[in-house]
Design a protein around this ligand. Structure first.
Ligand code: S3P
Length: 729
């Protein structure tokens, strides 16, 4: 991959990068730079064959290097960059591996006056309390998270190169913004280090007076392991990220003060609650951590076709709403066809945490023992919603009308998604919702607020915002009405009617008010047209395909994908159309067709909002040019779907040009390559389908979140003719 890799600072991390790069044959030679005082260490690195050569002269060390990794303590960054700037090469990939990223951006700006496109900040979430080159390991990054925080202006080719390099070392790549990275790391890594150092200092001072530590055992050793870390390195990290660390120290101090007061006042119940809360939180962390560190890669061989008949998993939007409305209804609601994906399960667990008895899911069957509009109970802990935007936004509305406070959290993707779109109108209704400064999760929704109905003219076409306000409207005084700039999915409206709760609808206006109890009902969830979309495209683009998708929801607010594909020339037939539980359903037959590029009419955007990743794949296989406009919302979905799809398609050799609110794609051949889904389920599944028309293997990284909407995707799709395999690591 590289001819010459140069490591600046050959300690534990720098040495491990060198060792791992050599082991994985990612570079021909490794050079290193260090200062006078590092001479012995550099010599040792050479003796250990971690590096081939070194120099005390930076220019000499980096001469001819096509990849430079800065692995010095964070505080040395500016100085190193100044020296590098004098010998900067536009052809070289530069990366740092520091634990804070804000300081890198500051240093780059100071030295260059801008952020060079070929600098990609990287942070391997890996380490050991040992330091120095002797501790360097060639598998330090294997199976570990690696966070990249490239600037928006960064050169895509270099970001891809960086990605492939770290993947080559075995890391799972995640992308984050600098600020988000530093805030998260302050809480999860920097504060624990500060605490470990402080605790050991206290005990050390005591030990000088009375021998104490010789009686310490496993608990002390486990808790303080990280206090053996390199003090210079941690001094630098703490100074560089103090703006995030100090508020956390203050929070910790008041928690300790609270514990002290509980002890003084013999408040054993409170103390017990505090300890229980912490223990439960840790257990939840361990569970999530195990899921998170598991990474799934899809490898899809080129060619194949899709044939047969299949019933796909249940509709995600309807599954969420079935739990929400079933929980606040009176009586027992039976749901069949429930989507057992992580997103809908997050909603199910949230209501269980608020005291609702929910049985299942068992083969899609769920029984909800509704508690009535005012029967929910305060959750004991923050509610973790994983990747699910629908859970978070709809719950905001529903929780705004409760008597209790609740906090909603989510994974890195959900924590970066805009929530002001619900916070703002809910606040006008009288709700009190606390968020981060950027208007993102965690969100704390304060209870005991009396809500007032409003009329809201929605600036964006969002079913989540509309549904959120309708749910809040069930708890507000007077009428709550929403107008939408374009039609969006109306499952909340339909389901409320199914629960015998009146909803007024005219043109683009929907109105609700509190009108007695919701009455439990039975819900038959159809297959999700958003999941069907992958097969509509897959069977259209793959020669000799003939596939029938059974019992798919064809609510007209969701069928934009069919309209768009038909405009492109697809052969899609709706059969056996019927209405099931208030939702229109059909069997859909799709056969191969020659697609042609089109200008996608903007009126279809909201009606196909989740289907664009796979529609871009259809466009890549079509003859001629496809243009999408008016779809800016795609930038704030589970990932920035415009950028991520354009990047991936370009890797596969497709001419795909992202625009601010859409994409321009020239249809043609699809090659092979390794693409990243950025943890976005629909990106992962879209690229899987691209393989049907690719000339070479497509590898898709980061596919674990396919489980959010389509558990069993790889197995099911393989059965229909796609040559796909999923590997866990
Ligand atoms: C959804 C609405 C849409 C969609 C999401 C599910 C819903 O989001 O993208 O996957 O169930 O209401 P927006 O309302 O943000 O467009």
């Amino acid at each position: 991959m590289f001819n010459k890799l140069c490591i600046i600072g050959v300690g534990l991390i720098g040495g491990s990068v060198a060792r791992a790069a050599r082991k994985n044959k990612l570079c021909a030679t490794v050079s290193a730079y260090g200062r006078e005082q590092d001479l012995e260490n550099l010599q040792r690195a050479q003796d250990l064959k971690v590096i081939d050569s070194y120099s005390l002269d930076l220019a000499e060390a980096i001469a001819g290097a096509d990849c430079v990794v800065i692995a010095t303590p964070v505080g040395a960054m500016q100085d190193i960059l100044k020296q590098l700037a004098a010998n900067w090469s536009e052809q070289t990939l530069y990366m740092d591996v520091g634990s804070t990223k804000g300081h890198v951006v500051i240093a780059l700006n100071e030295v260059f006056g801008f952020l060079p496109g070929n600098f990609v900040p990287a942070h391997p979430i890996a380490g050991a309390e040992k330091s120095g080159v002797d501790a360097a390991m060639d598998d330090l990054f294997l199976g570990r998270r690696l966070i990249l925080t490239p600037d928006k202006q960064a050169d895509k080719a270099f970001v891809q190169l960086a990605t492939e390099f770290w993947q080559g070392l075995g890391s799972h790549i995640a992308f984050m913004q600098v600020e988000q990275h530093d805030a998260i790391l302050a809480a999860t890594s920097h504060l624990p280090h500060v605490l470990a150092f402080a605790l050991v200092s206290v005990l050390g001072k005591n030990d000088e007076k009375v021998e104490t530590l010789k009686y310490a055992s496993g608990g002390f050793k486990d808790f303080t392991r990280i206090a053996s870390s390199d003090p210079t390195m941690w001094l630098d990290i703490c100074m560089a990220n103090k703006q995030h660390i100090i508020p956390l120290i203050e929070q910790l101090s008041s928690e300790l003060d609270a514990v002290k007061l509980m002890l003084e006042a013999n408040q054993s119940q409170q103390l017990h609650d505090t300890f229980t809360y912490a223990r439960n939180t840790r257990e939840r962390f361990l569970e999530q951590h195990n899921n998170m560190t598991q990474s799934i890669t899809f490898t899809v061989q080129p060619g194949g076709h899709l044939q047969g008949q299949v019933r796909l998993p249940g509709d995600k939007s309807i599954s969420h709403r079935s739990i929400m409305l079933g929980s606040i209804a009176e009586g027992v609601t039976h749901v069949s066809g429930f989507l057992e994906g992580d997103d809908a399960l997050a909603t199910l667990r949230a209501f269980q945490a608020m005291g609702v008895k929910i049985e299942g899911p068992d083969k899609g069957e769920v029984t909800i023992h509704g508690v009535g509009l005012d029967g929910l109970q305060a959750p004991e802990e923050p509610i973790y919603l994983g990747n699910s935007g629908t859970s978070m936004r709809l719950l905001c509305g529903l929780l705004a009308g409760q008597k209790f406070d609740a906090t909603l959290t989510g994974d890195a993707s959900l924590s970066g998604r805009p929530m002001r779109r619900v916070i703002d109108p809910l606040s006008i209704m009288g709700a009190k919702i606390e968020s981060t400064e950027k208007g993102t999760a965690p969100l704390t929704i304060r209870g005991q607020k009396s809500l007032q109905g409003i009329h809201y003219d929605m600036p964006i076409a969002s079913a989540q915002v509309k549904s959120c306000l309708m749910l809040a409207g069930l708890y507000a005084q007077g009428e709550t009405s929403v107008t939408e700039p374009a039609p969006t999915r109306d499952h909340t409206e339909r389901m409320l009617s199914g629960f015998a709760h009146p909803v007024k609808q005219s043109d683009n206006l929907v109105t609700v008010s509190r009108q007695g109890a919701l009455k439990a009902t039975d819900i038959d969830v159809p297959s999700d047209i958003s999941s069907a979309a992958f097969f509509l495209v897959g069977a259209s683009i793959a020669p000799d395909s003939d596939l029938t998708l059974k019992h798919v929801g064809i609510n007209p607010t969701r069928t934009g994908v069919i309209d768009i594909l038909r405009l492109m020339g697809a052969n899609i037939e709706l059969m056996n159309e019927r209405t099931v539980g208030g939702e229109p359903v059909a069997d859909i037959r799709v056969r191969s067709a020659d697609l042609k590029g089109i200008a996608i009419p903007e009126e279809f955007v909201a009606l196909a909002i989740d289907e664009f990743p796979v529609l871009f794949v259809a466009a890549a296989c079509a003859t001629g040019q496809t243009v999408l406009t008016g779809a800016k919302e795609l930038r704030v979905k589970e990932s920035d779907r415009i950028q991520v799809m354009a990047d991936g398609l370009q890797i596969l050799g497709v001419d795909a040009q992202p625009t601010e609110d859409g994409m321009v794609i020239q249809g043609g051949a699809i090659g092979g390559g390794s693409v990243i889904s950025h943890g976005d389920h629909r990106i992962a599944m879209a690229f899987s389908m691209a393989a049907l028309r690719a000339t070479d293997t497509i590898v898709i990284q980061d596919c674990e979140n396919v489980n959010t909407s389509f558990p069993g995707f790889a197995e099911l799709t393989e059965g229909l003719g796609l040559n796909i395999s999923a590997q866990e690591s």
